[in-house]
Design a protein around this ligand. Sequence first.
Ligand SMILES: [Zn+2]
Length: 82
Amino acid sequence: MSDTAFCYHCSVHHAMAEMRQIVTKGGKRWRCIKSIEAARAGLEARNAFGQRMTEINKAETQSRQSRMVNPELDAHNRSGGR
Ligand SMILES: [Zn+2]
C-alpha cells in the first residue's frame, strides 16, 4: 500500500509524492502539487490581466487629463521656468 494523503483541495487522497504540506489557518493540510500549480498559473494570469487593465486605465486617465489642460498655459509653464 502506497502512502497517500488527503488533499483538502480535491477532497480525495493522492500519493504522497504528489503532495505538498501547506500551513493554513486551520493547521497543516496536504494539497496536491497539481492544484497548487494550477492555482498559481491562474493567479499569474489574473495578475497579468489586472496589470494590463491598470495600464489601460492609466493611459486613458492621462489622455483625458492632457485634453483638459489648457495648451497655452502648458506652453507658458514649460518655456517660463521662473
Ligand atoms: Zn488534489
